[in-house]
Write a protein that binds this ligand. Structure first.
Ligand code: GAR
Length: 188
C-alpha cells in the first residue's frame, strides 16, 4: 500500500475527492497525513471525518521556513510517504521539501498553465476575457505554480462569472486529480 500526504490551506474539496477514491479503491493508496497551514480551514474537519492525521502548522511559528519544512519532512519520513499532493496549498514549497521529496510533489491549479499563475487564476482569466479555461496538474518546483506538466483538461466558457468557472473547474479537478494520482502510483 502506498502512502499519500496532502497539503491544503482551504476548503479541501480535492482532499475529499482523493480521500473517497482511496476509500473505494480507485486510488491504490491511503492518505496518511494532512498538512494544513490554516488552523481554521474546513479541510481539517474533512480529515477528522476520515480519521486522517493532521499536522497543522504555519511557518510563522518557526524561526525560519527551513525549520518549518524540516518539521514537515520529519513527519513525512516517519510515515513513509510516497507522494505529496498539494490541493489548494497556498504556499511556495522551498528547497528543504523539494530536495527531500524530489519528483514526488505534485500540484493542481485552476488554469491552463503556464497561463494565469497565482492565487486568483480564475478571476484573472475571466478579466482577460478567456474563452477556453482549464485545469493543470504538474510537478512542483521552487517557483509559483511552476514545474513540468503531467495532465491538463480544458473547457469552453463564454461568460463573465468567476463563480461559474470555479464550479465547472472543480468538478473537472476532482476527477482529473484522482485519475492522475492513480496513474502515477500504478506506474511507479
Ligand atoms: C483548487 O481549485 C485548486 O486548483 C486551487 O485551490 C483550490 C482548492 O480547492 N489551487 C491553486 O490555486 C494553486 N495555485 P479545494 O480546497 O476545494 O480543494
Amino acid at each position: 500500500m502506498k502512502n499519500i500526504a496532502i497539503f491544503a490551506s482551504g476548503s479541501g474539496s480535492n482532499f475529499e475527492a482523493i480521500a473517497q477514491a482511496c476509500t473505494n479503491g480507485t486510488i491504490p493508496a491511503q492518505i496518511v497525513l494532512l498538512v494544513c497551514d490554516q488552523p481554521g480551514a474546513y479541510v481539517i474537519e474533512r480529515a477528522k471525518k476520515y480519521h486522517i492525521r493532521c499536522l497543522i502548522a504555519s511557518p510563522k511559528e518557526y524561526p525560519s521556513k527551513t525549520d518549518f519544512e524540516q518539521e514537515i519532512v520529519r513527519e513525512l519520513n516517519q510515515l513513509n510517504v510516497n507522494l505529496i499532493c498539494l490541493a489548494g496549498y497556498m504556499r511556495i514549497v522551498s528547497n528543504t521539501l523539494l530536495t527531500a521529496y524530489s519528483g514526488r510533489i505534485i500540484n493542481i491549479h485552476p488554469s491552463l498553465l503556464p497561463a494565469f499563475k497565482g492565487a486568483h487564476a480564475v478571476e484573472d482569466a475571466v478579466a482577460y476575457g478567456v474563452k477556453v479555461y482549464g485545469i493543470t496538474i504538474h510537478y512542483v518546483d521552487e517557483t509559483l505554480d511552476g514545474g513540468k506538466i503531467i495532465a491538463q483538461e480544458a473547457f469552453a466558457y463564454d461568460g463573465n462569472d468567476p463563480a461559474e468557472v470555479h464550479k465547472i473547474g472543480q468538478k473537472i479537478e476532482h476527477q482529473l486529480y484522482v485519475q492522475t494520482i492513480r496513474e502515477l502510483l500504478i506506474r511507479n
